[in-house]
Design a protein around this ligand. Structure first.
Ligand code: BGC
Length: 755
């Protein structure tokens, strides 16, 4: 067995990308020839022996026996080099052909070193940082035996009711694509046989973020034009970056759930996009097609396999029905061989045939996981992810010897710092806000008081607390909590209010119909403001919130998402000015739930709103402006930036040529700081109605106080392309407006013509 694979590793060492060249791998083909139908079907099953988050109704039983019987292609929810060595031994020593296992995991925002939730990390707009965070996640996860990651999640989300908006990059296809690429490259590196790299999975394919009404697992319905132009680009970017696997989503598309959707998994993914890796279902999503109404387990399993799904997560529909379907002519053995080949090729990519124990190095956890270096980097990423939503009275940054009343249910809570989908992290190792303030400003006089519960609703708290006590309802009455807090607040120079969503208020199966801060905390904040003391609200959430009331208050608001293991230290770094905030929103914040979806790249309509006031027979609301409360790209700094001299290098751009758009940015304030300079274009006339603005490029720059820099963006015909009614990717001649600024809410600076 071993000898056969030596030559494969040599080929890989020479850097020849065998799979991309669409060539068959001789050793995989040899192996396939030896395999029985049952053995091939065995490879198509991904089981979890428990230990993972069981998000579906089924969990795997008798996993050890199933591995030994050759019925398992991969496992997830198991970690640690020793345990994984044992699992691999069952597969290698106890099955006829000794095929090693894929070992998967949800390493969504860091492994043990938990980074901010992805929506937060995206707000850094720093691709090098995002890539390096993925590299660290891969290094830690592989040290613990994992060789396959169920990340990145790249679903475009424009509905903050949907809790899983926390797991992605927000609303924009261009930014989402850049992040997808950075994450895939970070996880996979350039050579997957290196033991610090792992297979990445782009998920959830496709359109999961467009679930109707923001309710999780709900139906989606979308035109092809919208799909191609707005929702598919990040998946495609991951595939172009060489992602090894794709996870199908739970939702249905055109009446067929993604896991059984042949148009999606074969016509689009394989035939149009030329994807060569393997497709895994989401957790029991094959079985769920029974509830969707498409037949019994045999029927839905055959539907999935015939659609192009290669691996069945947990449900065992493939394991228990595919042989029968072959016998009955409902599935061909050739299609099973194809699916099996793709899984074997992934194992081959990892070098598992050469060494099944490549990820079972028992010395690595000690040296590679949760190192001080990794924690320091997580702290940096968190500080870069924070978005200063509002500033007031030049209170920030705080003085390091200030008398501070830290008030709020999230002020001394380690439990809520990691955020959703951090099953590999350990909340007890995270730094609370209180600890962080004390670490960074040991000379400050800091008192803490809870002031309010995250929510006073015990039934709601019970739903949130499934993975541990995220909402802790105090034994003290709300009035008592408030009174104690107000006494402390009145004696302080500054109030820091740590409020917002508990971590499990977002994420999977955490949709909300109201997006306000829970009432218990709103009341607390109102009372704190009433003291007349300066207030800095440190706002936690996994989604855009409706903070219309808070935006009217005379307070500062620093949005910190759920910042990860170094939460408190990073928050303190920013509050005390060790780092000047530079994050920018990657999803619009609504004024009300009624406005949703609200996103910056909307279309003009035939009756565009002429102002923020209501006008009869225009595309307006009676009771709200059309604009969001906080636009995509928004984020303030302790310093100020001015934009001038925004210009294009030419009036015309010839097809096949290029031009540049440049702007001078000056730091006119009192602090050094970073700015995300954003370029938007508006295609003014074209064959399908264009968005009013589309992000086309951005650069994050550092400016010392008083310093100016000229930023230049190069534009070519390719940047102007879109999918037309025939779904051809084209640029059409005509006039384009350009916009350069620090937010999407900016006026055009000029035009150029494509001809
Ligand atoms: C989620 C996926 C995740 C899978 C395995 C599902 O419920 O939708 O994102 O990768 O569980 O844990």
């Amino acid at each position: 067995m071993r000898k056969i694979y030596v030559s494969i590793s040599l080929i890989l060492c020479l850097g020849i990308s065998v799979l991309n060249a669409q060539e068959r791998i001789p050793e995989v083909e040899e192996l396939l020839k030896k395999m029985t139908l049952e053995e091939k079907i065995g490879q198509l099953n991904l089981l979890t022996p428990g230990g993972a988050v069981a998000t579906g109704s089924v969990v795997s039983k008798n996993v050890e026996d199933k591995i030994k019987a050759g019925n398992v292609g991969g496992l997830f929810g198991v970690s640690g080099p020793e345990k994984i060595r044992i699992a691999q031994e069952y597969a290698v020593n106890d099955t006829r052909l000794g095929i090693p296992l894929l070992i998967g995991s949800d390493v969504i925002h860091g492994y043990k070193t938990t980074f901010p939730i992805p929506l937060g990390t995206a707000s850094s707009w720093d691709m090098d940082m995002i890539k390096h965070a993925a590299e660290i996640a891969a290094k830690e996860a592989t040290a613990d035996g994992i060789n396959w990651n169920f990340s990145p999640m790249v679903d475009i989300a424009r509905d903050p009711r949907w809790g899983r908006i926390a797991e992605g990059a927000g609303e924009d296809p261009y930014l989402g694509s850049q992040i997808a690429k950075a994450m895939v490259e970070g996880y996979q590196g350039t050579d997957l046989t290196q033991p610090q790299t792992m297979l990445a999975t782009v998920k959830h394919f496709a359109l999961y973020g467009a679930s109707e009404a923001g309710r999780d697992y709900n139906t989606t319905d979308m035109s092809r034009i919208k799909m191609y132009n707005e929702y598919l680009p990040p998946y495609k970017a991951a595939i172009d970056a060489g992602v090894a696997s794709v996870m199908s989503s739970f939702n249905d598309i055109d009446g067929i759930p993604a896991s059984g959707n042949k148009w999606l998994l074969t016509d689009l993914l394989r035939d149009q996009w030329n994807f060569k890796g393997f497709v895994v279902s989401d957790y029991t999503s094959v079985n769920e097609m029974i509830a969707h109404g498409l037949g019994d387990l045999q029927a839905v399993s055959a539907l999935a396999l015939n659609a192009g799904l290669d691996m069945d997560m947990v449900g065992e529909g493939f394991l228990t029905t595919l042989k029968k379907s072959v016998d009955e002519g409902k599935v061909s053995e050739e299609d099973i061989t194809t699916a099996c080949r793709r899984i074997l090729e992934a194992k081959h990519k990892l070098g598992l045939f050469e060494d099944a124990y490549r990820y079972s190095d028992e010395s690595r956890p000690e040296t590679d996981i949760l190192t001080q270096e990794n924690r320091d980097f997580a702290r940096e990423v968190a500080a870069h992810s924070f978005v200063l939503l509002k500033k007031q009275d030049n209170i920030l940054p705080l003085k390091k010897n200030a008398k501070i009343a830290l008030i709020g249910p999230l002020g001394d809570s380690r439990n809520n710092m990691l955020g959703t989908w951090a099953p590999t992290g350990d909340p007890t190792l995270s730094v609370s806000v209180l600890e962080g303030l004390k670490n960074v400003a040991p000379d400050a006089n800091i008192v803490f008081s809870k002031g309010a519960n995250v929510s006073n609703d015990t039934a709601f708290a019970k739903k949130i607390n499934v993975f541990g006590e995220r909402i802790e309802i105090s034994k003290e009455a709300p009035e008592v909590l408030l009174k104690t807090a107000l006494t402390q607040a009145k004696n302080a120079d500054i109030i820091v209010a740590a409020i917002g969503e508990a971590s499990e208020m977002t994420g999977e199966a955490a949709s909300r119909t109201e997006l306000t801060i829970p009432e218990s905390q709103k009341q607390l904040l109102r009372e704190l403001v009433r003291t007349g003391k300066p207030v800095v609200a440190v706002l936690f959430s996994g989604r855009p919130l409706n903070i219309s009331e808070e935006m009217e208050m005379p307070i500062n608001i620093l949005q910190v998402w759920h910042p990860g293991v170094e939460a408190g230290n990073a928050i303190a770094d920013v509050l005390f000015g060790n780092y000047t905030p530079s994050g920018k929103l990657t999803a619009s914040w609504p004024r009300s739930v009624g406005q949703i979806p609200v996103y910056y790249s909307m279309k003009n309509t035939g009756r565009p709103s002429s102002s923020v006031d209501f006008e009869k027979f225009k595309s307006d609301y009676l009771d709200s402006p059309n604009t969001p409360l906080l636009p995509f790209g928004h984020g303030l700094s302790y310093t100020e930036f001015s934009y001038s001299n925004v210009k294009a290098s030419a009036k015309t751009l010839n097809l096949g040529g290029n031009l540049t758009i440049s702007a001078t940015i000056k730091n006119t304030g009192n602090f050094d700081g970073e700015e995300v300079v954003q370029l938007y274009l508006h295609d003014m006339v074209r064959s399908i109605t264009p968005p009013m603005k589309e992000l086309k490029s951005f650069q994050k720059i550092m400016l010392k106080k008083g310093e100016s820099k000229t930023v230049t963006f190069e534009i070519s015909e390719d940047d102007l392309k879109f999918y037309n009614s025939q779904l051809e990717f084209v640029a059409e001649p005509g006039e384009f407006e350009f916009f350069v600024g620090g937010s999407s809410d900016i006026k055009a600076s000029g035009t150029f013509v494509l001809e």
